[in-house]
Design a protein around this ligand. Structure first.
Ligand SMILES: Cc1cc2nc3c(=O)[nH]c(=O)nc-3n(C[C@H](O)[C@H](O)[C@H](O)COP(=O)(O)OP(=O)(O)OC[C@H]3O[C@@H](n4cnc5c(N)ncnc54)[C@H](O)[C@@H]3O)c2cc1C
Length: 401
């Protein structure tokens, strides 16, 4: 008997599309339960990055799911990157952010935009976690308006000389005294001409500036200012051609936004689970909280929004080509939507738990603080509004595609 045409369509699992994704999901599930969750609260409290856990993630292959196999990666797709970020953020969004900055903003960016020699030299250590990477885009006076950046690179013989300051750089430091290992730095090489460079710890004139302590959330990731004073960067450390930095930036921002949206999914999922359990156990006025209509609304709306966001994020991941650009509409829209869903779910969870929700021991307080970053980092809500309105005006037919 021939299979009905709809059979494979109905069997397709958007969230775990292949056996490789299923294996990854299982590894993540165990790693999160056994190794991430037990340390999450302590690293939030001490505002410290867990280097040993990062190395462990490297051993399990979780830092390199999208990197080509020849450099130590798994050669998987955007759906795999989304699985990693969602799962880690369901327990420890700060740690998830450090992993994302390393594996998506640095390693994946290099895998797409670097040449063979650069990839051979840097990617195996990025895949294993032996070296920690990050991305330097934001500057003290330039965030959303990123094309106005001021860090300059001027060619001098076989080198470029780099001068400028970058701020809010995740993995900029590993601790208060130790610089991260290697960064992609966007700098101008002429009027309206941005280029990308690989800058390594140990290059003269490159140092750790201000360490941002006392952050609202994401405290298990280290955020720092990085200072470049006459840093001589060899020509071999430029990614692509001069002036291609804007393309690198735009291409990488698409997967960055998608994976940040995935982090919001992890936060929402955990908050909903906490709410459901608490509303079943806690009684008021002689019945479980879940029987009170207003509590039902918090749970039901959070769940419906989470499912909608999750479907949109995974459907966008399924279609995303990691080597291409021009996928900005869904990258922006998924993050615009999911980041607010994550924050609202955390807010609802605190409300359902009442006073207990306000206490660190009950987890949702930490997730609520972490959730806010996702409305700012990698593009603010307003930046997404601006991009979406512009892109949709250019291509109104996109609404129906
Ligand atoms: C914890 C953390 C980690 C980070 N990690 C990194 C990293 O690893 N690498 C990196 O390069 N950066 C990183 N960032 C920086 C982050 O991407 C920026 O903070 C973000 O892009 C916003 O830039 P800004 O802070 O300069 O705000 P601004 O751009 O100054 O914006 C301030 C406000 O004005 C609004 N605004 C600005 N322009 C417009 C406009 N045209 N129309 C309407 N509203 C507007 C913004 O939406 C926002 O509400 C991180 C930030 C944080 C907090």
């Amino acid at each position: 008997m021939s299979e009905s045409p709809g059979a494979s369509f109905r069997e397709f699992d958007l969230f775990v599309p292949t056996p490789e994704h299923a294996l990854l999901a299982q590894t993540l599930h165990q790693f999160v339960a056994r190794e991430v969750e037990p340390q999450a609260a302590a690293h939030d409290r001490s505002e410290s990055f867990n280097l040993a856990l990062f190395h462990r993630a490297g051993e399990l292959g979780l830092l390199s799911v999208t990197l080509p196999e020849e450099y130590g990666g798994a050669g998987l797709d955007a759906s795999a990157a989304v699985l990693v970020c969602e799962a880690l953020a369901s327990s420890d969004p700060g740690f998830a952010l450090a992993v994302l900055a390393h594996s998506v903003l640095f390693a994946q960016n290099l895998a797409v935009n670097g040449n063979e020699l650069q990839k051979k030299h840097f990617l195996p250590d990025a895949a294993s976690g032996a070296k920690i990477g990050g991305l330097c885009m934001t500057e003290p006076a330039v965030g959303t308006d990123v094309l106005a950046l001021r860090t300059r690179a001027v060619q001098s013989g076989e080198d470029y000389v780099l001068d400028g300051v970058k701020t809010f750089i995740t993995n900029g430091g590993i601790d208060e005294h130790t610089l991260g290992d290697v960064f992609i730095v966007y700098a101008t090489t002429g009027p309206e001409r941005i280029s990308s460079f690989l800058v390594e710890k140990g290059m003269a004139g490159f140092r750790l500036g201000q360490k941002w302590k006392d952050k609202l959330g994401m405290r298990a990731s280290f955020t720092a200012e990085l200072v470049f004073e006459g840093v001589r960067v060899p020509l071999s450390h430029r990614l692509g051609q001069e002036g291609e930095g804007t393309l690198h930036m735009m291409r990488n921002l698409e997967v960055e936004r998608l994976t940040l949206a995935a982090m919001s999914l992890g936060i929402a999922q955990r908050c909903i689970e906490v709410m459901i359990r608490y509303a079943n156990e806690r009684k008021s006025f002689g019945k479980p909280l879940r029987e009170h209509g207003q509590i039902q609304r918090y749970i039901a709306e959070s769940f419906a929004e989470y499912r909608a966001a999750r479907t949109y994020v995974y459907d966008t991941a399924r279609r995303m080509d990691l080597r291409a650009t021009g996928q900005r509409i869904d990258a922006d829209a998924t993050k615009l939507f999911a980041s607010q869903v994550g924050k609202r779910a955390a807010d609802h969870a605190i409300q359902v738990l009442g006073g207990y929700g306000y206490m660190g021991e009950y987890v949702v307080e930490r997730l609520w603080r972490d959730a806010k970053l996702l409305e700012i980092g990698g593009g603010t809500l307003e930046a997404h509004h601006k991009n979406l309105a512009k892109d949709l005006a250019r291509d109104p037919a996109r609404v129906r595609r």
